[in-house]
Design a protein around this ligand. Structure first.
Ligand SMILES: [Zn+2]
Length: 388
């Protein structure tokens, strides 16, 4: 896990003694001090910006036991292997993460105090066809997640809440959920919310979105955000010139094992427009099956907004060696394996073996497995037009 030690990280913010004291007070507070924590988060946001406030909140949520383990200490539980791909300058990562599987174990979550087992479930709202109440509605979180603290954000003209991801993949991993119970359907507001998030966190956080390829909760719109880099962010642009470039935006389509389109620009609205055009074109080519994964970032020093758009097809969700769908983390070069059960070796896939036997060709094959068919990608590339 590529965790930056929090102390070093905090130093990079260049904060004064008083702010540091507030950070420590919030980060070390017991959950019983909920009101004081929220006040301190507000003070940190005002003095040093949203990113420091969110990092303080994440430390608090780790300390009070809401997050299943401390990402800064969890390395031995989360074995990771790295594979260099010198041709495209990417260091792919494979991670076996036990917490991802725990998030589906309702009994264990009750035992760990993440879910209150004694709650009157009659008060829960927005149930799915199976009767399970939505995990991302604030009403339900307030009722059944006694240790969770949500921070209200205004992104892309809509209200969202950020809450620490208790089954974290990376350090400072949050879920950012729409304040309304609206489905996970890409719309222009999605990219606007993502870019607003990397903007208000001054590039310290990245934002990702799983279209209907990898999102495990499809009934409630949400993003994920983290302070860690995605391997694909280092991709070498290759010999090819940008597909399109004017004074405001640059569009690249570098060689990768899965079709990826990159849009870069200093002007947020113009960058968003170009991203939205690309995504709409892909989806409209085959609305029944085409979907996307997105990663957005903002250069801490350059201020350049970047979006990585991965073209996906709902019929090609799985990669050989991994259970379940490949999602944005995987598309971005960070493959998360979860299945730990030896007994699964016979009738299911044992992902321990995937980790043990991994090599660069196996990883690149997983990305090729989820690539949409060549004909569609070609039609898309031919249809792309930025002249309007
Ligand atoms: Zn909901």
């Amino acid at each position: 896990m590529q965790t930056k030690q929090t102390e070093t990280f905090i130093k990079s913010f260049n904060i004064n003694e008083e702010t540091l004291a507030i950070f420590k007070r919030a980060a070390n507070a017991p959950i019983e001090n909920r009101k004081e924590i929220i006040d301190d988060i507000g003070l940190l946001t005002k003095s040093s910006g949203m990113s420091l406030a969110l990092i303080a909140l994440f430390r608090q949520q780790v300390g009070c036991g809401f997050v299943l383990a401390d990402p800064l200490l969890a390395n031995k539980d989360v074995p990771e292997r790295e594979f260099q791909d010198p041709q495209i300058n990417i260091a792919f990562r494979l991670q076996r993460n036990p917490y991802r599987e725990m998030r589906r174990n309702h009994g264990l979550l009750i035992e760990r105090g993440i879910i209150d087992g004694a709650v009157d479930t009659a008060g829960l709202v927005n149930r799915d066809a199976g009767g399970k109440a939505c995990y991302l509605c604030k009403e339900n979180i307030d009722l059944q997640n006694p240790k969770e603290i949500l921070i209200k954000l205004n992104l892309g003209g809509a209200q969202y809440y950020a809450g620490a991801n208790f089954a974290f993949i990376t350090d400072n991993h949050f879920t950012v959920m729409n304040a309304s119970h609206v489905p996970q359907h890409y719309r222009k507001g999605t990219i606007e919310a993502m870019m607003d998030f990397v903007d208000i966190t001054a590039g310290v956080f990245k934002a990702i979105y799983n279209g209907l390829a990898g999102a495990s909760i499809k009934d409630h719109e949400h993003l994920q955000v983290t302070t860690e880099d995605f391997p694909v962010e280092n991709i070498a642009a290759g010999p090819a010139r940008p597909v399109f470039e004017n004074k405001d935006i640059k569009v690249l389509n570098p060689d990768y094992y899965l079709p990826v389109w990159i849009v870069e620009g200093l002007d947020k609205a113009k960058t968003n427009n170009a991203v939205h055009n690309i995504i709409s074109l892909w989806i409209n080519l085959n609305p029944d099956f085409h979907t996307i994964n997105i990663i957005t970032s903002k250069g801490v020093e350059s201020g350049v907004f970047r979006a990585f758009i991965f073209l996906r097809d709902k019929r090609k969700l799985g990669g050989k060696g991994k259970r379940g769908a490949m999602a944005t983390f995987e598309a971005g070069g960070n493959i998360i394996l979860t299945c730990l059960h030896k007994e699964h070796a016979n009738n299911h896939l044992n992902e321990n073996l995937t980790l043990e036997n991994a090599n660069l060709p196996a990883i690149t094959q997983m990305l090729k497995d989820i690539s949409p068919d060549n004909a569609s990608c070609k039609r898309f590339a031919e249809a792309i037009d930025f002249s309007g």
